[in-house]
Ligand binder design. Structure first.
Ligand SMILES: Nc1ncnc2c1ncn2[C@@H]1O[C@H](COP(=O)(O)OP(=O)(O)OP(=O)(O)O)[C@@H](O)[C@H]1O
Ligand SMILES: C[C@@](O)(CCOP(=O)(O)OP(=O)(O)O)CC(=O)O
Length: 421
């Protein structure tokens, strides 16, 4: 190593968004490299509401790689972390920080260790794609620290080895993960279709649905589907390729009716192949089904879709409204059916962009109680309410890709010791 002070810590902090698929990835052709059986398309969610922040540090004093997730030390021994660390280390370049008098040569990286601290500003492992934002942020921040010259596509192929959906969190806006053909996965990368400004009218409401039972993880769920579902092959070979072309067109031309039709159909087909798995996998629950039925009834009564719904491997609903006005009308409907518990505080029931409450004309719980039944409900059907079945709502929008945070006060590690602050 070049001559310099013997004790130093060099670090980088980054912030990375999460994403929600509108054409789902479900099924691998290679478990270790994480290569999918079909292309997928996602929308990146605004990191001001849902994001991961990760600080990575390197120092000659560190004796081994260590990681803290949400302030708790976790093991990095798992294959997915090891694969990401190995791939990114092998692409490191020379690094020089003149101000701090630090010089690291390309070949030094093999003998240096990292400290990594990461924080998700939303619940981890709760069906809100923390693994996607988490692995994307890990790879992106390490690439910056080690002066990796690879472009976002190549970084996405590394993040993919942490969690498949993570490769799509390397960009803002709408993103496509191309499945690729190569056995080694070199061409299984994510590309940006359009940036976050292209369709900035869209408003995204997430209903975080209370669920008691532990769900099957995506990793094991999709493995079981590939092993046992006769439908999934038809989906991957016949349905998704056509849908991906139509979806790209709908996104490029901001054709909301086509976008909504494709998004809802793809979510429903993903859950259908889960049901076609043996034993069947149930990710949605009664609340999820009630939300689908509320949106379907409204869309039908308007004659053209107002809202698209999509559900990942859990009961949470992700609802994409065509604009703010529709989002406000959607929120009124959702609050009518799923009012908060009587002692709840409205400002913790609607999080993220809370200004949507004002647009919906709701200031307090009395306004929620006064909401009329949606007009599309026939008078002769008694309307039932499901208080407490939704834990809370997040209001967000399409957002940007990863960014570096240069303000040291945002770092999660102490710049002197390299330990969590
Ligand atoms: N910030 C992070 N940095 C690195 N790894 C993370 C981070 N957040 C989560 N993970 C990894 O992802 C795992 C959680 O992934 P899991 O797929 O179970 O949940 P999820 O992604 O939140 O939900 P889902 O996949 O159902 O949407 C954690 O146990 C951890 O290994
Ligand atoms: C339903 C999904 O959210 C599945 C995501 O699966 P993961 O990316 O979590 O799975 P692994 O690659 O095994 O880590 C659909 C999607 O995001 O496309």
């Amino acid at each position: 190593m070049a001559e310099q002070k013997s004790s130093w810590v060099l670090m980088v902090t980054a912030q990375t968004p999460t994403n929600i698929a509108v054409i789902k990835y479900w099924g691998k052709r290679d478990e270790t490299l994480i290569l999918p059986i079909n292309d997928s398309i996602s929308v990146t969610l605004d990191p001001s509401h849902l994001c991961t922040t990760t600080t990575v540090a390197v120092s000659p004093q560190f004796t081994h790689d260590r990681m803290w997730l949400n302030a708790k030390e976790i093991s990095l021994s798992g294959g997915r972390y090891q694969n990401c660390l190995r791939e990114i280390r092998s692409r490191a370049s020379d690094v020089e920080d003149e101000k701090k008098g630090i010089k690291i040569a390309k070949e030094d990286w093999d003998n240096l260790h990292f400290h990594i601290a990461s924080y998700n500003n939303f619940p981890t492992a709760a069906g809100l794609a923390s693994s996607a934002a988490g692995f994307a942020c890990l790879v992106y921040s390490l690439a910056k620290l080690m002066n990796v010259k690879e472009d976002s596509g190549q970084l996405s192929a590394i993040a993919r080895q942490g969690s498949g959906s993570a490769c799509r969190s390397l960009y803002g806006g709408f993103v496509k993960w191309i499945m690729g053909k190569d056995d080694k996965g070199a061409d299984s990368i994510a590309v940006q279709l359009v940036d976050e400004n292209h369709w900035d009218e869209l408003v995204i409401l997430i209903a975080v649905v209370s669920s008691r039972q532990k769900e099957t993880s995506s990793t094991s769920g999709m493995r079981e589907t590939v092993e046992t579902s006769p439908l999934v092959l038809h989906r991957a070979k016949e349905v998704v390729p056509k849908r991906v072309i139509e979806m790209e067109e709908a996104i490029k031309s901001r054709d909301f009716p086509a976008f909504a039709r494709l998004t809802c159909s793809d979510s429903n087909q993903f859950h259908a192949v889960c049901l076609d798995t043996s034993p069947p996998i149930f990710y949605m629950n009664d609340t999820s089904h009630r939300i689908i039925s509320c949106v379907e009834k409204w869309n039908r009564s308007e004659g053209t879709p107002q809202v698209a719904y999509t559900f990942d491997a859990g009961p949470n609903a992700v609802l994409i409204a065509r604009n703010r006005k529709t989002a406000a009308l959607l929120l009124q409907r959702l609050l009518f059916y799923f009012p908060p518990q009587s002692d709840a505080d409205l400002s913790s029931y609607i999080v993220g962009d809370k200004s949507i409450l004002k647009d919906a004309g709701i200031q307090d719980l009395k306004d929620v109680e006064a909401l009329p039944p949606p007009p599309e409900i026939k008078d002769n059907i008694p309307t039932q309410k499901y208080k407490g079945d939704v834990s809370y709502f997040i209001c967000t929008r399409p957002g940007r890709g990863p960014v570096l945070l240069t303000d040291e006060s945002q770092a999660l590690l102490n710049p002197e010791t390299g330990l969590p602050k």
